[in-house]
Design a binder for this molecule. Sequence first.
Ligand SMILES: C[S@@+](CC[C@H](N)C(=O)[O-])C[C@H]1O[C@@H](n2cnc3c(N)ncnc32)[C@H](O)[C@@H]1O
Length: 423
Amino acid sequence: MHPKALLEATADLVGLVLKFDHPADQVVSRFFREHRELGPRERATLAETVYTVLRKKLLFEHLARSGTGAKERRMAILGFHGQRDFLKSALNDAERRWLDSCDSVQPDELLERHKHNLPEWLVEPLKEQLGDEFRALADNLQQPAPLDLRVNVLTDKRADLQKELGLAGIKASPTPYSPWGLRIEGKPALTKLDAFARGAVEVQDEGSQLLALLLEARRGEMVVDFCAGAGGKTLAIGATMRNTGRLYAFDTSAHRLDALKPRLARSKLSNVHPAAIAHERDERIKRLAGKIDRVLVDAPCSGLGTLRRNPDLKWRQSAQAVRELTAKQTAILQSASRLVKSGGRLVYATCSVLPEENEAIAEAFGAANPDFEALDAAELLSGLKVDGAESLCSGGEVGKRYLRLWPHRHATDGFFAAIWTRK
Ligand SMILES: C[S@@+](CC[C@H](N)C(=O)[O-])C[C@H]1O[C@@H](n2cnc3c(N)ncnc32)[C@H](O)[C@@H]1O
């Protein structure tokens, strides 16, 4: 494709994504469906550019003020993913001069907001938790996330998969914390691999794997994944149960559960029972009350721990939306807890980095439910032989009660988990 045409297509897509009507990944997929003429390399350029624009939106808006032409074109030029010479061949003289002047801006000429590229309402709660480390987090959130795979322990061993991927020219190394994870170098086309087609691997962030690990679901148990969605954690849990017992995958979205079905077929699991529920107080929940060994509540949340993958969320979420979510999280956790039998385990998890969606929900639940005893995440993870378990945890009386993963510290998405046992 001619550089000028590629830049125009990129600017069109940037304009669509910056409307924030829909999640960026949906807008990008739809654009690709409607532009079949775009080849894989062009698609990669478009997608990477859009994500860079979303990650550095405040900086680019600041720099774009001095340029001319449509704003989305200026943003696309600033974020363009590709050779500088290629980009410049698509620009007019004025744009080339403007881009050179943008390139010469020094970091000390920028305001803090142009460096952290976060909305103000999010800056305070992060600084409160991290102090000087805030900058490291903000920088990290402007980078793409690594690509992690989870090996299906029902069918395969991690070391074998590492070798198999190596033979296919893919460099993979064991993840530092999850016993099931492989971190991949680069962005190879994984869906074409036999290992993917036969269900030996699934794409899953290492942090997400640790949440499933914390449930410690065992052979023959009755387990509920309360907010199963497309089943990322369901598949990991089903494998730890060695395809025995009964694993219910509940979600209010039948559409998301539908996406679990092809993954289930690949995984060789037959112990998973997906079921759409109307709401968290559904009849089905009442029927199973007090009968379940382990319940995971992977609650709907702001997703602010996943900004490396979903940078549009920082512009689409708001303090008000987070407040509304916390009411939902409280209600779902309370209702799901009724399923847990005496001696059973409850895990509440989010991919948020905000205390109001995490510690605040867990502490309120603990205070209102004295029949649930909190367990230390660090102790559990040490028992599961996770290296550096304490470094992954914080909070509670001794500072290791909750799993608290941070992208800049642990190279995972931001995750939280609280664990209880029912007395
Ligand atoms: C964080 S996502 C789950 C991701 C999934 N566990 C995974 O690992 O891929 C939260 C899910 O909660 C579901 N949800 C929202 N409200 C719910 C409710 N009241 N009861 C059960 N699930 C709910 C959403 O449809 C969404 O799929």
